[in-house]
Design a protein around this ligand. Structure first.
Ligand code: GLA
Length: 425
């Protein structure tokens, strides 16, 4: 390109991306978000939880190979997302480059490799001047960065909120939404401003998912540092937000810590609750080195189907009773997912009283109708358990009637028992 033209183009790009410019635009000047990318919550893998900034081409390619080999791609985990730390420097024109030591073949070649494996390519940036690990952020370079990602074949952007200074989150995220649209390649927009400005109230038009909390750590009740959170702390914050989630725009209670150090029971509970809450399922463990138990959890197809159900309604906690929590999620075709979580230190065996659990979900308008509807109940974590029904033939005076069955369920400490209820036709 002739140098004069290059200067004009880069000046125009820089002008379009100047901070504060968003405030000057009228709302109708913004470009809309890409549609049809998030009918169900996104699924994939991200490098942060296990590797932080210690990422490179070899690790990412090995992870991609494992995602195919272990059937994770077939199970729905299609995005492979680089988090913080892939960045090199900006050039004189302001365009960002990859770290050539970590990614000697370049990110375009990496994207091509991922696509050749049937995967989609995700990347990470930040709305502020720097990322959280102090690499270059996108502030002032939004249009250039989006253009560059599109050139590299990127399909997913996680956009963080460190070093944002006086930026207004609505403006900053809307600006990047416009930039992604302008760049011409459909890119999933995963907003990561930690719930600080209640994105659930304004971001359905801006991104495809928004973080609802600070960072997760591999702890069941508590995080590992004073800035991160345990699984059950996150659940408390994310559960009340169910009405804001739906197809195209999801609450994101952060990426999975399955396989990163909690017990198998805790990992199972974590995974189940993320599925019950229609959360993005972004794996965060080392896929090249994991136990059979971890693999069994993350590839449980029936549990994944609860998360990915096309109705797209986030589940609810109906009841807390001592250490037990009773959760329901309405599913398509009249089905329900149901689980009992035991946060106590001892295993518990409880009778399930269907009538006591009968309820109408105001959000979906669905009733369980346990007094009248007979459901077949399948255990989602124990394939060897025999399915049973919620209504059985009465005895004595009730012998002409169907009555609620009494079922005893045992739930281990920090564990979960999960079921799918399907109406008997
Ligand atoms: C923030 C995000 C994390 C991760 C790191 C990277 O803390 O919330 O998920 O992306 O930044 O530095």
């Amino acid at each position: 390109m002739n140098p004069f033209k290059a200067i004009i183009i880069s000046a125009a790009l820089v002008l379009a991306a100047l901070p504060g410019r968003a405030q000057e635009r009228k709302p109708d000047e913004h470009l809309p978000k890409w549609e049809d990318l998030a009918a169900t919550p996104q699924m994939g893998w991200n490098s942060w939880n296990k590797f932080q900034t210690n990422i490179n081409e070899e690790l990412i390619k090995a992870t991609a190979d494992k995602m195919v080999e272990l059937g994770l791609v077939d199970a729905g985990y299609v995005y492979l997302n680089l988090d913080d730390g892939w960045h090199g420097d900006r050039d004189e024109q302001g365009f960002i480059h990859e770290d050539k030591e970590k990614f000697p073949s370049g990110l375009k070649a990496l994207g091509d490799y991922l696509h050749s494996k049937g995967l989609k390519f995700g990347i990470y940036s930040d709305a502020g001047l720097n990322t959280c690990a102090c690499y270059a952020g996108s502030q002032g370079h939004e249009f250039q960065d989006a253009y560059r990602y599109a050139q590299w074949g990127v399909d997913y952007l996680k956009y963080d909120w460190c070093f944002h200074g006086t930026l207004n989150p609505v403006d900053a995220y809307t600006l990047m939404r416009s930039a992604l649209r302008k760049a011409g390649r459909p890119i999933f927009f995963s907003m990561c401003e930690w719930g600080s400005s209640k994105p659930w109230e304004w971001a359905a038009e801006v991104g495809h998912s928004w973080r609802t909390t600070g960072d997760i750590a591999a702890g069941f009740f508590k995080g590992k540092h004073n800035w991160d959170l345990g699984v059950m702390e996150i659940v408390e914050r994310n559960e009340p937000l169910r009405k804001y989630a739906g197809p195209g725009h999801w609450n994101d209670p952060d990426m999975l810590e399955v396989g990163n150090g909690m017990s198998v029971a805790e990992d199972r509970t974590h995974f189940t609750l993320w599925c019950m809450m229609a959360a993005p399922l972004i794996l965060g463990n080392d896929l090249t080195n994991m136990t059979d138990e971890t693999l069994a959890i993350i590839t449980n197809r029936e549990m994944i189907a609860v998360d990915q159900d096309p109705l797209g309604i986030q589940g609810l906690r109906l009841l807390k009773e001592g250490d037990l929590q009773y959760w329901f999620k309405p599913l398509s075709d009249g089905d329900w997912a149901f689980c009992i979580v035991n946060v106590g230190e001892e295993a518990v065996s409880v009778p399930v009283d269907w009538i006591a659990l009968d309820f109408k979900d105001g959000l979906s308008g669905r009733r369980t109708d346990f007094g009248k509807t007979n459901y077949t109940v399948r255990n989602l974590w124990d394939a060897s358990a025999k399915p049973f029904t919620t209504l059985v033939k009465g005895k004595g005076k009730l012998r002409k009637q169907m009555v609620p069955a009494t079922v005893q369920v045992t739930v281990g400490s920090h564990d979960v028992a999960a079921f799918r209820l399907t109406p008997v036709k």
